[in-house]
Design a protein around this ligand. Structure first.
Ligand code: WT7
Length: 632
């Protein structure tokens, strides 16, 4: 790309320019994309008013930038490499031409089901090519996709469908995941019988596994029946820059998950710009991000980012440890992956299986390693660097969030320096600040504080779906004029950033973001539970584990109750939110005003008894001793 940053000097100049001459900086980059009409203003609105707009009145369609624009020079290049769960299954490749055709046909299929611009479409699918194709098919016709991770339960799916008022649901019969089969259609059917979920008119079902499923007359349609009949001619819907592109639900510290709203123009520029500069790919390189498209990483860095830049993106259906712990490395060898992007939890899990699994394979194709989703600990960083990268591959530790649309703090592979456990430097356009409890900026180096961002950036969320007030409250009110990330961070002597983790009641379990309040609400549904408090504790592989303290009504068989509680959470959220430890207690540490002191519970769960702090202000300090004795 003509704007790719190629040296530390250029990074420094670009960074300064992006802050001092923001509009011209982004205009020059945005101009390299395909637009139907250029914007009237690059940036308008601001964080204080919660009315940020980028490339206002510009007209475009992101799929023309992902697909059509590459047809001339890269039509026969592989756009998507699909690797199934079972190593014996043959991989599938889509060239840019083929992916373009598949997206157009699918887009016409959605139209034939009555979907039009602005309608919401829910995608509840496993990692099949048709998931990525459906995402782009929605974008092609201006429908707003809302992907719900295939591991969520029927009630979590139902509430997301309902919140976004989705008209169409796309799912597959079932999904393969390691040695498991996930019955997606059955779970979707259950979701649609919950009475809150009346908005869905049609269900489009892709066949992956071939298991028997119920097809409801008049509502359910097979993908393959319609697909064959669909034309491959589908001109892209012309969208305004600020028209919504997608909604993606994510957990916060309070209430139910929020539908993070991203829009077309700014998100496109941000996904492409960040992908290009962070990964520094060459045309012949092969990129693989092991995330699921159900999360933002899969939106920005399996789907949009790589395709916007004409790269080959790999999509993997399975899990790292099936059929054995060599699966990732086997894929890297077989497909000569050059750029590999994964989460610390996977690195730690595989590290635990031993180096021999890695050393069995030829990983010499690797050039760049990426990490995302949670802080990476030193040991995992070193192992990734030495055993996987043979000290030959720069590691990019990329910090960002569902809300930020794309990477915010990171190094650029081979261009700016990496440092173990440090995300390092802000992207051009990003002005991070560390604020203390009183909202005062902590200046100078080193420093530590709550991580905020001072200025709007193109990829930022524009709102919370259906609740603009909540958007303001959650992100823009804690520190007026700033975007608050919910994370804490440190800055070292040289000004490099290290993310220390969430400072709110949000957990990060195996890279999955889970609100403690959500888990508590689920547990509270159990009839025997009077009160519960959920906190995170350090976990060797998952990063954080979930610890639930409960007060119950009567004497219980504790083991049975624990199973029931786990089942309750699985039912309301999904297996990813199941508590690892459940302790039944007589009382919870509360202040005199009745507020649960989670700080104390966190310390107890972590076994840090010496730093409990002052417990004398508790309503009943003796509960602390009681909890300590019963810790699991
Ligand atoms: C939270 C966002 C970023 C896409 C996947 C997760 C944590 C993310 C890092 C990192 C330390 C990280 C933060 C953030 N996080 N990346 N490189 N180092 N922490 O997106 O589900 O919206 O979660 O993940 O705590 O706030 P998400």
């Amino acid at each position: 790309m003509e704007w790719t940053i190629k040296s530390l000097d250029q990074y420094n100049t670009d960074y300064q320019r992006s802050l001092n001459d923001t509009e011209n900086y982004w205009a020059q980059i945005a101009k390299t994309f395909t637009w139907h009409k250029e914007w009237d203003s690059v940036l308008s609105g601001d964080l204080s008013n919660a009315d940020v707009q980028w490339f206002k009145n510009g007209q475009l369609n992101i799929t023309e930038n992902c697909l059509d624009r590459h047809l001339k020079d890269k039509g026969d290049k592989v756009a998507l490499l699909y690797v199934g769960n079972d190593p014996l299954e043959k991989e599938v490749r889509y060239t840019y031409k083929e992916l373009h055709e598949a997206v157009c046909k699918s887009a016409n299929m959605l139209k034939s089901l009555g979907v039009t611009k602005g309608d919401r479409v829910c995608l509840y699918m496993s990692m099949v090519p048709e998931l990525l194709i459906s995402v782009l098919a929605c974008a092609r016709i201006g429908a707003i996709h809302s992907v719900v991770f295939g591991g969520f339960s029927s009630s979590a799916l139902a509430s997301r469908i309902e919140d976004a008022d989705c008209k169409l649901l796309i799912t597959n019969d079932a999904g393969f995941r390691g040695n498991k089969i996930i019955e997606l259609k059955e779970i979707a059917d259950e979701a649609l019988t919950l009475d809150q979920c009346q908005c869905i008119e049609k269900v489009l079902v892709h066949k992956r596994v071939g298991n028997e499923v119920q097809m409801k007359e008049g509502r359910d349609v097979w993908w393959h029946d319609l697909y064959e009949k669909s034309s491959s001619d589908c001109p892209a819907e012309v969208m305004d820059s600020e028209d919504p592109l997608f909604i993606l639900y994510t957990s916060g510290s309070t209430g139910k998950p929020k539908g993070v709203k991203h829009t077309c123009g700014g998100y496109m520029v941000w996904a492409s710009y960040t992908f290009e500069n962070v990964f520094q790919m060459k045309d012949e390189d092969v990129y693989w991000c092991s995330a699921d498209i159900g999360w933002i990483t899969g939106h920005s860095y399996i789907t949009y980012g790589p395709l916007l830049n004409g790269a080959t993106t790999t999509m993997f259906e399975g899990v790292p440890t099936w059929p054995d712990a060599g699966r990732f490395w086997e894929i890297i060898e077989k497909y000569k992956i050059s750029h590999f992007y994964t989460a610390p939890t996977a690195i730690r899990a595989l590290m635990g299986k031993g180096d021999e699994w890695v050393n069995k394979y030829d990983l010499s194709s690797l050039k760049v390693l990426g990490s995302v989703g949670e802080p990476i600990n030193e040991e995992a960083w070193e192992w990734y660097n030495e055993v996987v990268g043979k000290k030959n591959c720069p590691i990019v530790d990329t910090w960002w969030q569902t809300e930020t649309g794309g990477i915010m703090i990171t190094s650029f592979a081979g261009v700016t320096e990496g440092k173990p456990c440090f995300a390092t430097r802000p992207m051009p356009g990003i002005e991070p600040v560390l604020l203390d409890e009183n909202g005062k900026e902590v200046t100078g180096n080193p420093a530590e504080g709550n991580l905020c961002v001072k200025k709007p950036w193109p990829g930022m969320l524009r709102s919370v779906w259906g609740d603009h007030e909540r958007f303001k409250q959650t992100y823009l009110s804690a520190y007026p004029g700033h975007y608050f990330t919910g994370d804490g961070a440190k800055r070292d002597e040289e000004g490099l950033y290290r993310i220390t983790g969430r400072v709110d009641d949000v957990l990060n379990v195996s890279g999955h973001r889970i609100g403690t309040a959500e888990v508590e609400d689920a547990i509270d549904e159990h009839p025997e539970v009077i009160e519960t408090a959920v906190v995170g504790y350090p976990h060797d592989v998952k990063g954080q584990g979930i610890y639930a303290f409960l007060i119950v009504r009567s004497e219980q068989n504790e083991d049975d109750l624990r199973e029931e509680i786990r089942a309750e959470v699985t039912k309301h959220i999904g297996p990813i939110a199941k508590p690892d430890k459940i302790q039944i207690v007589q009382g919870l540490p509360k202040t005199r005003s009745g507020k649960i002191m989670r700080r104390i519970l966190r310390k107890l769960a972590a076994g840090e008894f010496n730093s409990l702090g002052d417990t004398s202000t508790l309503l009943d300090p003796s509960v602390v001793e009681e909890i300590k004795k019963g810790l699991r």
